[in-house]
Ligand binder design. Structure first.
Ligand code: SF4
Length: 362
């Protein structure tokens, strides 16, 4: 899927169809890639740059680090100040600025904050430190959420009393509904996330076609896969058809992953969730059910945080596809990967990081 000749031919095929689209409609097509990994792959492979005069590819809200509300980081920093806590989180979250500073700064100030690769690692840390409260910052979309449920199952099985998760998870459907209903961005189709779709399946996107009259193609991350997804979106447009296509059939099934879905249903339920730059979206996250409240850090600890500090960072608009990173006055000036002001520059899936590394004019 990254063979150079096939990639070149795929690029030419996409450009041919995009030219037909422009001839017919008098404008270039606009597609949104929902997933942060797609944003990074499209930038890294040069596809975004190569297609920029033919297809407008907008980054969407699918980077979990980027959409995590700043209040959660402020709350974690507060929790880290308690003497008997160990905080665990994914690496990217360490460098996201909170209102005062980052978790990384808190760690260098001596707080016990540990980077883990899986929530299950944090369960092990709780088991090894029975005299400490271990709290995991549970961010992520449907790809990660089943593993959070698995962590709670493990903690229950081990009868841990010192383990909890600060749940701040996100669901794809509610945020896409908000984006489409707002009418802020006019789209001709979606490149749908490969990994999330493994869990939720193709059928979970039917509302896009049926209610919003918009197509989507589930696609992988290699150049030919990405180009195939764009090609199919263009083809649907020219054929005047609206469909959801699974172009990642090697791993995505119509019905998704039943085991992961069961795990989520057993431990979690939908609740309102705060998104960076978008406010609170009803039923857009999953939280622990009441019977697992002892593992819910928000209930276990009485943490109150004030309103986040206002900065010039425009990540809130970036994740909604309203602006490009270059439109932020801080891009490549005050804000760079070594000195990030916002999460979109911190995250390995962030749009600002993607533009800085692979699309910046030097
Ligand atoms: Fe925020 Fe930096 Fe991106 Fe601007 S360039 S939107 S400050 S992350």
């Amino acid at each position: 899927f990254s063979e150079p000749t096939l990639t070149r031919e795929s690029v030419e095929a996409v450009i041919d169809l995009a030219k037909k689209f422009k001839k017919e409609k008098g404008r270039i097509p606009v597609f949104m890639e929902v997933c942060g990994s797609h944003t990074m792959a499209l930038a890294k492979t040069g596809i975004k740059t190569r297609l920029k005069d033919y297809v407008h590819l907008i980054a969407g809200p699918g980077c979990p680090v980027c959409v995590t509300d700043q209040k959660s980081i402020d709350a974690m920093i507060q929790l880290s100040e308690e003497s008997n806590t160990i905080l665990c989180t994914f690496g990217d979250m360490m460098r996201v600025p909170g209102s005062k500073f980052t978790l990384m700064k808190a760690k260098t100030d001596g707080k016990d904050i540990r980077v883990v690769y899986s929530p299950l690692d944090s369960v092990k840390i709780a088991e090894e430190n029975p005299d400490k409260e271990v709290i995991f910052l549970g961010i992520g979309f449907e790809t990660t959420i089943p593993i959070l449920a698995l962590a709670v199952r493990e903690a229950t099985r081990k009868e841990l009393k010192n383990y909890s998760i600060w749940m701040t998870t996100k669901l794809v459907e509610p945020v896409l509904r908000v984006l489409l209903s707002s009418g802020d961005v006019k789209l001709d189709g979606f490149l749908l996330p490969g990994q999330v779709s493994i869990v939720i399946g193709k059928q979970s996107y039917r509302y896009l076609a049926e209610e919003f009259d918009i197509s989507g193609v589930i696609t992988g991350f290699e150049p030919v896969q990405l180009l195939s997804g764009i090609y199919k979106l263009l083809h649907l447009q020219l054929e005047k058809k609206v469909k959801i296509i699974n172009d990642y059939t090697y791993v995505v099934r119509d019905e998704g992953n039943a085991a992961a879905q069961c795990l989520m249903e057993e431990y979690l339920e939908a609740d309102d969730e705060a998104w960076r730059g978008m406010g609170t979206i009803p039923k857009s996250g999953l939280v622990l059910k009441e019977q697992y409240a002892q593992y819910d850090a928000k209930k276990k600890f009485n943490i109150l945080v004030g309103e986040p500090r206002v900065t010039k960072c425009r990540c809130g608009e970036i994740v909604r596809g309203l602006i490009t990173p270059e439109e932020c006055v801080l891009f490549n000036k005050g804000c760079t990967p070594t000195h990030p002001i916002g999460p979109c520059m911190v995250s390995t899936e962030g749009t600002c990081a993607a533009h800085y590394q692979f699309m910046r004019e030097v």
